[in-house]
Design a protein around this ligand. Structure first.
Ligand SMILES: *Cc1c(COP(=O)(O)O)cnc(C)c1O
Length: 475
């Protein structure tokens, strides 16, 4: 399997070439040159694989179709090492539980940081360690986080050979729980940097360092952001696992509702559907930052300025633009890389938006690719959390609540609706208390983490400061 760029660069690359890379050289995102098709017999076989041999073996089967430059035994070992009951809490790894009226919740948030990003990041940590060892290379991951991504990256990379993580975050702006999660890590290869500023300052510092090509090369700076293809690929697996739990045979269809921000999670659903998984609809749920809902309703993709990006109670969906969206548009426009380059390159830079409402392909988003969308606000979130708690004695987090709210609006008779649970309520306790008056349960391993010793370096929001720091630690 070879990979190509969404902006037309056809020089084919293998999986491990793009594993450690971010964007393609032409500024596009990588996608496989075609989607492997899964026939009925294979789907039946995978159903048995998941139920009898488990999630790791299913992951190996799916990943094998996209990765041809890691020997099968090694790839299987990486999957087995990643997806364990010990790390993810249950043997099913992503168990389904029924809510009501054919609505199911698929649990993706029982990994080390209690959010779905662990599903992909844990695999990424093992893939990075493997590939860096094979090449005899080192990598210094530099990132900016306001919460979930940074902690998922640190818990995936901690103790891994060949990798260091430098993670910036805005000082004092993460929840006490999130700070405790990250800053209590004592591993030698993890460096927490609390920047005197807001998230955008952190992001700007990271960009400035990445744009200094000499520094980047000398210190082998890399990233683990959500456009990484390996992350997206890892997420494809749980769409299959969810389907096998909700159905008894392949003639049945299911729909998914996905709490969305950067469009990474639901894009994995799109890939699963393109492979032939019987998905009726992929429903994109947004919060007040409704860039994606607006596109699926009107055909206009309009990125927001920072000042127009709302801070909400489902903060991991607070996006101004959806970084993975370009992948779907590439497929929607019949893989016309030149057109995508115009839309996402100059077009967005000049106009801050593009309009496909008159394009013949726009209706395909719904009709051919199964997409639909909806939006949820703070009031909806509170009402949904409370209702789910009162009527079903089940606590859901704020992001998942956005999903449940939108899912209810898109039910079809006879089609199970699977809502992806993207975080556990304890991570967003304040809003849960606001909705229900009750403090959510805390998994035993997190009891008292706020009291653990912290390891974090304060820093001014200056590019030179972070460069000096990295150079010192790499000396
Ligand atoms: C990252 C995240 C999302 C959004 O996922 P995307 O892949 O960016 O669409 C939703 N919920 C939670 C809890 C997250 O951490």
């Amino acid at each position: 399997m070879k990979y190509i760029s969404t902006r037309g660069d056809q020089s084919p690359k293998h999986f491990c070439d793009i594993l450690l890379e971010g964007l393609a050289p032409d500024g596009g995102l990588y996608l496989p040159e075609r989607y492997p098709k899964v026939d009925d017999a294979t789907l039946s076989r995978w159903r048995v694989v998941y139920h009898q041999q488990g999630y790791a073996e299913l992951a190996f089967e799916i990943l094998s179709l996209f990765i041809d430059d890691i020997p099968a035994d090694d790839l299987r070992a990486l999957c087995t090492k990643t997806y364990t009951a010990e790390v993810f809490g249950t043997g099913e790894i992503v168990p389904l539980r029924h809510l009501e009226n054919g609505i199911w919740l698929e649990a993706l948030s029982n990994g080390p940081t209690l959010a779905f990003k662990d599903m992909a990041m844990q695999l990424l940590g093992n893939l990075f360690e493997y590939e860096l060892a094979r090449r005899g290379e080192q990598l210094n991951i530099l990132g900016a986080t306001s919460g979930d991504t940074g902690s998922a990256a640190e818990y995936a990379m901690r103790g891994k050979k060949g990798v260091r993580v430098f993670m910036t975050s805005p000082a004092g702006r993460m929840s006490p729980f999130q700070q405790a999660q990250m800053f209590s890590l004592m591993d030698d290869n993890i460096f927490n940097i609390a920047v005197d500023g807001v998230f955008d300052d952190c992001q700007d510092m990271v960009k400035a360092v990445s744009n200094d090509l000499d520094f980047k090369r000398q210190y082998k700076i890399g990233t683990v952001n959500s456009i990484n293809w390996a992350r997206l690929l890892a997420q494809v697996v749980y769409y299959f696992a969810g389907y096998f739990q909700a159905t008894e045979n392949n003639s049945e269809k299911v729909s998914f509702t996905v709490p969305s921000g950067n469009f990474g999670n639901v894009c994995a659903g799109h890939v699963a559907r393109m492979m032939g998984l019987p998905i009726a609809r992929l429903v994109v749920a947004t919060n007040e930052n409704d860039v994606l809902d607006e596109f699926f309703k009107t055909g206009v993709y309009r990125v927001r300025a920072s000042a127009d990006t709302h801070e909400t109670s489902s903060p991991s969906m607070d996006i101004s633009k959806a970084s993975n969206f370009e992948r779907f548009i590439f497929d929607l426009l019949g893989r016309d890389g030149a057109r995508v380059k115009t839309l996402f390159g100059d077009g967005l830079a000049r106009d801050g938006k593009f309009d496909l409402s008159q394009h013949p392909a726009f209706n395909d988003a719904r009709l051919r690719y199964g997409f639909d969308s909806g939006k949820s606000t703070h009031a909806d979130r509170l009402a949904t959390i409370k209702d789910t708690y009162v009527r079903h004695d089940m606590m859901i987090d704020t992001h998942t609540a956005d999903g449940v709210k939108v899912a209810i609006e898109h039910l079809q008779v006879g089609v199970p609706m699977i809502v992806l649970e993207t975080a556990l309520p304890i991570k967003f306790a304040e809003t849960i208390v606001e909705a229900t008056g009750v403090v959510p349960d805390r998994p035993p391993k997190f009891v008292g983490i706020e009291d653990l010793p912290k390891r974090v370096t304060g820093m001014a929001a200056e590019v030179q400061a972070i460069k000096t720091y990295i150079a010192e630690k790499c000396a």
